[in-house]
Structures are given as C-alpha cells and as structure tokens.
Design a protein around this ligand. Structure first.
Ligand SMILES: [Zn+2]
Length: 690
C-alpha cells in the first residue's frame, strides 16, 4: 500500500499552528550532525576506532553466543528465527525479555558509526540481521513483534491479560526497533528496517494511541521501560523533514500519529487503577496481584491498568513528579523523552518538569563521576544527598543521564547541562569498557575492592547503550542558533556551518584536552562577516564544580581567552563565553582552561562524604588503585597535599598521572582507567582527609 495522504496532514498543520501560538521562550540550539563533523583527535580518535572495529564486533559476536563453549542455544538472533517459522508459546526464547531491544540498540549504535566511517562488511552483517527481524515481523498480520512475548507468553502482548509489562518490555523493545530503523536509514539510505519500524509504530498508534471517542478509548498502555518516547519523536522528525520518503515505503505514514502516541504515553503516566501499592505490598505480592488480573475488577473503571509504580515513573502523573525516582535507567530515559517532546511542543509543563527533574538529579543525586542510581535493590535512585562510595551506578543510567542532559542543552541553550554530559563521558562512560575494548562494567562504584570487568553479562544492556552514545559524540561538539555558533566539547575536529545563504564558517579545533587545557579554534568564514562564537566554559574551570553546590573544589587558576593573540575579556552567559565581532578567514581563538590537579569536596549534607576528598584535573576524575599504591589503605588527601601531574605516554593508553607528594606518597590515575592492569583490583575515588 502506498502512502495515503490522510487527514493527518491537515491535522498536522492545525497542530503546528497551535504549537507556534503556544508560549515558546526556549532558545533551542541545534547540534551540528556528526555527518558534518570530522574528528581527528589524539584522545578520542583511537577510541572511536577501537569501539567501532573491536567493541561493536565483540558485542554482536557475544549476542550470537560465540564466546560460549557449552552445548545449547546461546544465540539471541535465534529468537527472531523461531518466531519467523511460526513458533508461539514454545518457551524457547533465549535470554531476557529485553534482548530484542538490546539487538536493536546495538544496530542503532553501529549505524551511527557506519554513517561516519562506512564499513561494508559490518553493513552486510547488519543487513543479515535485519532480514531475520523482518521475517519475524511478517508472521503477524498487524506487524507486532516481540520475540519473548510471542515465544514465552503469547497471551500477554503489551502486558495485557495479567501479563507483567515491567518484566516483558514489549513497548521498550518496540521503541528500540523504531530508533534502530530511523538511524539505520539515516546511515545507509536503506528502508527495510525503517519499514518494519513504521509498520509497528502504526500498529501501536492504532492499538494504544489517543481516541476521539471517549466511550471507546484505545488501550491504556504506557512504556513500563522508557526509551520509546524519544524514539517515536525521532520517527516523527524523520518523516516531517523528509516527506518524500513516505512514497518510498510500502506502509502508510502519518507522522502526526507518532507524536500523538508519545504525548499520550507521556501524559497517561500515573493514570491507572491506583493499585498495586508497590511500596506497602512489596514486589512479590504486587506482581501476583497483577498476574491475577485484579485490576480488571470493574470498580477500577473501564480503562484501568495496573500501576507500574515509582520504579517505572508511573505512580503519579508526570507533571506532578517533583523528584527523579525509581529505576535509574527508566527514569533518565523517561526524562529524555519528556525533554525531547518539549523540543517539539514547547509546552511549559513539559519544560518545567524536565528542568525540575534534572535539577533534582544533578543537584542532589549525581555522583562526582556523573553516575546516578545509588541503590542496588530495584537499580534505583536513592534519596537526596545519598551518595555512598560503594553505590550501584549502572553504566546505562549514566548514559541515560547524558542523553537527558544533551536534550536539556538543546531545549535551553544553557551549557550547564553540557558540563554534566562531559562529566559522564570522561568518567562513567569511559570506564564502562576496558582499554582492550572487549570487557565491560555494569556497576561503577567509586570505591571498591575486588573490582572486575566482565567478558559478558546475563543482562548485557550496557554495551549496546555504550555503542549508542559513543557513536553520537561527534554530534555533540558543535551547535548553532542563527548567527551564533556554539562549541560544546573540546575535541580536535573540523566542521562547516552555514550562517546565511551565501556564507558558511569553517571551525577547526585543535587541542590535547583533557590532558592539556589549551584549545585553539580557527574561525574561517567564506566571507568576512559579523557573528558570535560561544564557547562553553566548563563549570569546573570557573570553580563551579556543580551548579547547585553539590561539589566544590579548590581550583586556583582561571580561564584565559585570546583572539588573534590579544587577550579578550571573558563574558560568560548561560555557561558560554561570547565572542561577538567581525570575523575573517583564519581568525584564531585561543582558550586556556586550568587543567591542573584540584581537590573536590562534597556538600555538607552528604553524610558519608564528610571528611573525604577526591581528585580531579580538567573533566577527569581520578582514582587511587592498589596496584600503584603500596600504602593503599593509608592514603590521605586534602587541600594541603602537594600534587604533581605528569603525562605518561605509555601508561594506560596515555594519561596524566597525578602524584601526591605528602607524607604518604600516592599515585592516582583517571577513574576510567581502573581495573585494566590486574584482576580483583581495588580503587578509591573518595579518600579520607586526615
Ligand atoms: Zn545496563
């Protein structure tokens, strides 16, 4: 069936007119696509190369079970093959219910790598997987696809009839498929996976989208694991911006429907029958209550569904949520979806809620490495100022917080959000994969004994998330709003940004960041012209370790800025130094950030960090590892400790090492580099002051 030009075009027009009349005080900035950015960086380029050519291959091999010697089926892709041959309810699913989603996430991450560095062999491999995914979908007349539910619980699609969506992940998996379809199309121009994704999006809209008829509401289903919200907005954007694409597909497309579905998902949170009471009953009793379909009792109304609890950000409506709660990956991805939707609808409730949740996260619940999700049980956020040194801190949760913070930068044009993206990249993210590129972490405690990376995990969710964000990083460097050009990250790279119909600006950045604070930015417009360069001055470099005072430091030096060799007064607004002038070919900005060791302290409300200190230099947080320190248990750190920093080319892939030259000599390395030199290693970020 070719595209039906349905009423949605008229409706879309009406919505966009209504949208433009709505309050719109958000100075959104637009990030420059990674397709327009060429990175050639001492720190990042070898890592991108390793992650694309070693980590991505390793992740797919392990999803195929190639690392397992024992007999039996260990191949995640066999799930699609079983469904494709018509299996149903056989119980033959391999892995956890969300493994479909992890495959799709891997495809999305690798697609972004392919878009930047084509690799025909890898593309062929992904095409093979996509054939199998398509074959699995073809079995269902509606385009439903979820291999766990079909193989193991076919009567519980979307968690209905006493199904347990919190565990099943049908909507999450669907969302990850949609995201993969969009990214793979953008990388390769191939429409097969996009068609599969669109068919499923259409079915979800028909099944659980908004209804015009209050007597006949569609199914009340919300993602019990967030992620699909942002994915569905991306699908909307793709078709809105490329209407010609709609005629190339064999499925109808109505992009407004996708936006309406996300809006309903978002606003239907907290709208349920009110039970089970997770807090009082506990997980086991609450689950049983759901599996017995008790929510179908007519006393709970017609549209009732169970409450998925604070764990899944569903106890109360989203706009009433004051603090960021529950499972930390779900929470950060819900907030990512909320802020993404706010970019489209500019609704004040969305923007205020997103800001409130971010403020709570970054101001009271974020660890010095950017990690979030303090508590092991239910993998969830803890209370305010609960920042124990042995906290859980799942890799995926930090990545979710980075995705959320990046969207907040777009929404507000404020660099404070980008500061936290950077904190996560250099610390929580970088530690998640070994320097060899094929061993991983799930938990990232700041202080730990017997810390190890694993070859693979029963829940291998973190490596796909790692691929998703690392391949996106080149698209985080530059941004634009009209004649304002933003530099967000310090990575040697080059881009061309059009500023008018007949003028564009080449920005070329050269730096050894994070090992050196000097950043050279060559600004070359085609034609001499007035515009503004806005360079993010990281909070840490201004002595603002955290925008809410959650952390403070003893930073001693300040930032300097020169334009064409002459000192330039630093005027910081919204976290960016503004340089407004008439620019000509080969103008040069020289920024010097104070990359030197500094000592960090936590807010006095953080009980367990009283009398403790941590070490950083630039954006990099340091740790003391037992293999470097014979007196590991006796190390102390405070503002009086004499500190010396030295670049070691051959250590841990090239790092700045910090030497503490006090009464007990000690050596610190970047937190991200721990657990690469020995098994069962011990490390500490937080160190006693006395
Ligand atoms: Zn994970």
């Amino acid at each position: 069936m070719k595209n039906r030009y349905c009423f949605c075009i008229l409706l879309g027009l009406a919505l966009s007119i209504a949208g433009s009349a709505a309050p719109s005080d958000t100075p959104a900035i637009h990030f420059v696509s990674f397709k327009q950015v060429h990175v050639d960086d001492e720190f990042w380029s070898p890592k991108f190369d390793l992650w694309q050519h070693t980590t991505a291959v390793d992740v797919l091999d392990k999803f195929e079970g190639k690392h397992i010697k024992e007999e039996g089926n260990h191949n995640t892709f066999s799930n699609f093959d079983q469904v494709a041959r018509g299996d149903k309810g056989t119980g033959g699913h391999f892995g956890a219910p969300w493994f479909d989603g992890l495959i799709y996430e891997s495809i999305r991450g690798i697609a972004d790598y392919l878009a930047q560095n084509p690799d025909p062999e890898m593309e062929k491999r992904l095409d093979g997987y996509i054939e199998r995914i398509e074959a699995a979908q073809k079995v269902d007349p509606n385009g439903y696809i979820d291999t766990y539910t079909d193989l193991n619980e076919p009567d519980h699609r979307w968690g209905e009839n006493g199904g347990f969506l919190r565990w099943q992940h049908d909507v999450y998996n669907a969302g990850m498929l949609i995201e993969a379809g969009v990214h793979y199309y953008q990388a390769t121009g191939k429409t097969k996976l996009l068609t599969v994704a669109t068919r499923l999006a259409n079915y979800m809209y028909d099944y659980m989208g908004p209804s015009d008829d209050p007597r006949n509401p569609k199914k009340n289903v919300v993602p019990s694991h967030s992620g699909p919200e942002e994915a569905m907005v991306k699908l909307y954007w793709l078709y809105r911006d490329h209407p010609e694409l709609k005629n190339q597909l064999e499925v109808p497309v109505c992009e407004e429907h996708y936006l309406q579905l996300v809006t309903r998902w978002m606003e239907n949170r907290g709208h349920h029958c009110g039970f089970p009471n997770w807090e009082e009953w506990g997980n086991e009793r609450a689950e049983r209550w759901i599996k017995e379909c008790r929510y179908e009792d007519p006393r709970f109304g017609d549209e009732s569904r169970p409450c998925w609890g604070d764990y899944a950000q569903d106890r109360i409506p989203v706009f009433e949520q004051q603090t960021i709660e529950g499972h930390a990956v779900r929470a950060t991805l819900m907030a990512t979806g909320l802020s993404t939707l706010a970019l489209v609808n500019h609704q004040p409730e969305y923007i205020e809620t997103a800001k409130r949740l971010w403020d709570n996260m970054a101001g009271k619940r974020m660890f010095i490495t950017g990690g979030v999700g303090a508590i092991h049980y239910d993998e969830k956020f803890g209370p305010d100022y609960y920042l124990p040194s042995d906290a859980y801190l799942e890799t995926c949760a930090a990545i979710g917080a980075a995705f959320f913070s990046k969207r907040m930068t777009e929404l507000t044009g404020n660099a404070m959000y980008m500061d936290e993206v950077e904190r996560i990249l250099f610390n929580s993210l970088m530690t998640a994969v070994s320097l060899s590129g094929n061993n991983y972490t799930y938990q990232n405690p700041l202080n730990a004994g017997n810390h190890n990376r694993w070859e693979w995990h029963g829940c291998p969710c973190c490596p796909p998330m790692f691929l998703k964000i690392t391949s996106a990083i080149p698209g985080y460097i530059y941004a634009q709003k009209d004649k304002n050009l933003f530099v967000n990250l310090f990575i040697s790279s080059q881009t061309d940004i059009p500023i008018s119909r007949n003028n564009s600006v080449t920005l070329k950045q050269e730096t050894r960041y994070p090992w050196d604070g000097k950043v050279i930015l060559n600004v070359s417009p085609q034609k001499k012209s007035r515009f503004t360069i806005k360079i993010r001055i990281p909070g840490w470099a201004q002595g603002i370790e955290n925008p809410f005072g959650l952390y403070t430091s003893n930073l001693k030096r300040s930032v300097t800025l020169k334009v064409n060799g002459k000192p330039y007064p630093i005027q910081i607004k919204n976290g960016y130094a503004h340089i407004h002038r008439s620019w000509k070919n080969m103008d040069q900005i020289e920024l010097e950030l104070p990359v030197q060791p500094r000592v960090i302290y936590a807010h006095p409300e953080v009980d367990n960090l009283k009398e403790q200190a941590a070490l950083a230099a630039g954006p990099v947080i340091y740790a003391f590892e037992n293999c470097d320190n014979p007196d590991f248990e006796k190390i102390i750190l405070n503002s009086e400790t004499p500190l010396k920093m030295e670049y070691k080319k051959d250590l841990l892939g090239g790092i700045n090492q910090i030497q503490c030259q006090g009464t007990i000599p000690a050596v610190a390395v970047p937190y991200y580099a721990i657990a690469n030199r020995q098994k069962n290693s011990s490390h500490k970020v937080w160190i006693p002051q006395k």
